[in-house]
Design a binder for this molecule. Structure first.
Ligand code: GTB
Length: 215
């Protein structure tokens, strides 16, 4: 059965691959699972048909027969449990990889999202210039520790895992701010993730839909 995911009909990022369907596409590509995509407009996301599978009216979703999932982390975890390649077999190593999935989404992503909000959506506010440095420093406080932990390792805990997939995806959102380049090892870590053939296929698939030149 070919799973179906949802993605923006046209992502506001113009094909940079920052919307969360790219994470799900990447996981599907890593495990070699073909998939179909249903593109949805903002209006469709808020309509009853989509709300029946995503209570908050967002993308991505994942449908596999009668199973409907939302929340990117849950979808990636489902794929990692169902297929080989994204979680180690050893019980303890698996628990650590899952811990990194949570760390990416619960510890690292919140300040990163806050920075996106501050840079893009609050840029015209009178208090923006005063607040932005504080928000950037909160991102740095997290990245300082992540950078020390990663050190010279290729991945967070041995082999590439779903934890790395989500962490690289979160860090990618920092590139435009310039903060990622302040951390040589984290920038190299993200580049390693992007160099994976599965990421390349996922990126190309979303780019084909969202690139400014796409019809
Ligand atoms: N916790 C949920 C998950 O992890 O799946 C969050 C899902 C979510 O925020 N989805 C966003 C969405 O549907 C798309 S990814 N937003 C529409 C809405 O809420 O009405 C967020 C996103 C959008 C665009 C960019 N971008 O242009 O760079 C980046 C990220």
């Amino acid at each position: 059965m070919t799973p179906i995911i949802t993605a923006f009909e046209r992502s506001p990022d113009g094909g940079k691959g920052l919307a969360r369907d790219t994470r799900v596409r990447w996981a599907l590509e890593e495990v070699g699972q073909p998939y179909e995509v249903r593109l949805v407009s903002f209006a469709q996301m808020k309509a009853p048909g989509h709300l029946a599978i995503h209570p908050f009216g967002q993308i991505p979703t994942y449908e596999e027969g009668s199973l409907c999932l939302f929340e990117t982390g849950s979808i990636v975890f489902h794929l990692a449990e169902k297929h080989a390649g994204l979680l180690p077999g050893d019980r303890d190593a698996r628990a650590r990889a899952i811990t990194w999935m949570f760390a990416a989404l619960n510890t690292v992503e919140p300040p990163v999202l806050d920075l996106t909000t501050a840079r893009i959506f609050e840029a015209d506010k009178p208090w923006s210039a005063e607040r932005l440095p504080l928000v950037k420093d909160r991102v740095r406080a997290t990245l300082d520790k992540l950078s020390v932990y990663l050190g010279a390792a290729d991945w967070l805990d041995g082999a590439f895992s779903a934890g790395d997939l989500l962490m690289v995806s979160v860090l990618l959102r920092l590139r435009m701010s310039g903060i990622l380049d302040e951390y040589e090892n984290l920038a190299a870590y993200v580049a390693r993730g992007e160099a994976r053939p599965a990421y390349g296929r996922a990126f190309a698939a979303q780019f084909a839909v969202n690139a400014p030149s796409a019809s």
